[in-house]
Design a protein around this ligand. Sequence first.
Ligand code: SN0
Length: 316
Amino acid sequence: MKRFLTPSDIGDLRQALNEAAEVKNNPFGYQHLGRNKTVVLIFFNSSLRTRLSTQKAATNLGMNVIVLDINKDGWKLETEFGVVMDGDKPEHIREAVPVIGQYCDIIAVRSFAKFEDKEEDYSERLLNQFIELSGRPVISMESATRHPLQAFADLITIEEYRKKSRPKVVLTWAPHPKALPQAVPNSFVEWMKAADVELTVTHPRGYELAPEFIEEVHVEYNQDKAFKDADFIYAKSWASFSEYGKVLSTDRSWTVDERKMALTNHAKFMHCLPVRRNMVVSDGVIDSPDSIVIQEAANRVVSAQTVLKRMLEALE
Ligand code: SN0
């Protein structure tokens, strides 16, 4: 595997889920693969789960791990080509990325949407520069438009908790004080479409996801209706795509609470975290036995380890 951005990069999902289960059962069984191999984790943005779980996954595989918080510890990077570098950015990405590639076997990158320009964010320019210039396999640890390690962990979690072969999975928008990226909902939808689940997405008008993600997906604008018979409720806030980066609503009637969960088929509650309590979800729901957010976060190690394992096997 040369890159990990979409479900198609990992191929057959049934096989990937079986492999993930093996990795979870035997986390230290593949240490020969990572011997003398190094992964560099580059962060342009904050992280808790992604940093710790990817580092833990790599360590389980016997790898060396270098973590770089590039805004704090690196030179400020110029990403435009053909510019006179007389400003505050001493290093160009054209050198920085191939240099990083010299020090490792695999690169993982986190870089959120900037919300300055829709086309720029959706072109995934920064991530593509790592793919083109590093000479190494690249893992997205959340880029402008996708968060595949999260979505793979979500699928692993649904696989573990589903009570029927084709569960009803509902992605619901939720209110939030800040404009958040579409990366998590985009990837969630992309992975659920590729998996064997019945997917419904619910959000207020104006929050439609980008057409390439939402096409062929059932969208229900009435949240109560969407929740009916759901087996999994996946909450996430995101900013508008059409009015790019705008918060169009902070309507707290969309907060996932006990009344709404009672409309479901005893659904499990999921969220990628970090979550704003009593904005996105009520204390009562997230603290209930039906909340599986911690188990979901635990599976971030499993998704990262399965992906790193595949990449290491391809290096052999
Ligand atoms: C990020 C997002 O994409 O929504 C990362 C999620 C894995 N979340 C945030 O930036 C939350 C920030 C906040 O202020 O709540």
